[in-house]
Design a protein around this ligand. Structure first.
Ligand code: MN
Length: 280
């Protein structure tokens, strides 16, 4: 028997249920942040959810000064590519802990979570920036992040059942379920399993083109130049880390609020826009 180097990845806490149908809006739903803390702080301020970062080193923390009674919801991908993933995590963790925000994880957060456990993950697609930033942070903060990410549901079913938030989307029949298939779809969307494009990214399909459910689905994951409803679904990842825009969707008004990126933090591997529609 060879000695295993991998630590077992026991969850550190109980994961929250996706069933939040009793939680009513209005909601302000925030797209993929990817370490863009300055743009996030500006957007939150415009939404009446002012937040500041105070202190340095182990004392550094996010302080909430907001006055809005609306609830925030994050579609995930807090980390990678951008300049300040630890500060984005501080902000989101404070907002979730105080009940101001709900959140689901993205595929980047899930991979980062495995890195936090010392697992053998490929340091690519912007994780190299997060790793460099996290190496300046203390062990207590690392541990807090593990607990935070382990408690997030992979999707959130909200507002009497009429709204679902999932990082990469969800299929109608998966809503409210917690199977491995649902988890994978929520993190990665409709993909071709192991098939990779020349950039090492699995081939994706535009699942929303086939969606016919009655609940509105708000998601991120796929950078698009601007938001547009497709079959009662809306992608709000407008590629801030690639020099695009950080978008918030106000629900139920279906109004968007947007902050342009201050700079291009990472080079996009492919043009913005939805992937091809899967033939069925
Ligand atoms: Mn993303």
């Amino acid at each position: 028997m060879t000695e295993t180097k991998l630590r077992t990845a026991e969850p550190t806490t109980t994961r929250r249920s996706p069933d939040g149908r009793e939680i009513r809006g209005p909601f302000d739903i925030i797209g993929d942040v990817h370490g863009c803390a300055a743009e996030l702080i500006e957007l939150l301020g415009k939404l009446g959810h002012g937040v500041r970062l105070v202190g340095d080193g182990e004392q550094r923390q996010a302080v909430y000064d907001g006055h809005s009674s609306r609830r925030l919801v994050f579609v995930g991908d807090f980390v990678d590519r951008g300049p300040r993933s630890p500060d984005v995590l501080r902000i989101v963790m404070t907002l979730v802990r105080t009940g101001v925000a709900l959140a689901v994880p993205g595929n980047h957060d899930a991979k980062f979570r495995r890195w936090l456990d010392g697992r053998d993950v490929k340091i690519s697609h912007g994780l190299e920036q997060t790793v460099a930033q996290m190496q300046l942070e203390g062990p207590v903060f690392h541990e807090e992040i593990r607990h935070f990410l382990d408690a997030l549901p992979f999707h959130l079913w909200l507002d009497g059942g009429g709204l679902v938030v999932a990082h990469a989307g969800i299929q109608a029949g998966m809503i409210g379920t917690e199977t491995e298939r649902t988890r994978s779809f929520c993190l990665f969307g409709d993909t071709d399993g192991g098939a990779r494009d020349p950039n090492g990214i699995s081939r994706r399909f535009h699942w929303a083109a086939h969606y016919s459910g009655s609940a509105a689905i708000v998601y991120g994951h796929t950078p698009v130049a601007d938001v547009a409803w497709v079959n009662n679904t809306l992608c709000i990842d407008t590629g801030c880390c690639f020099g695009g825009i950080l978008t918030a969707l106000q629900w139920p008004e279906r109004r968007t609020l947007q902050i342009p990126a201050r700079q291009t933090y990472a080079k996009a591997l492919r043009p913005f826009g939805h992937p091809p529609v899967r033939a069925i």
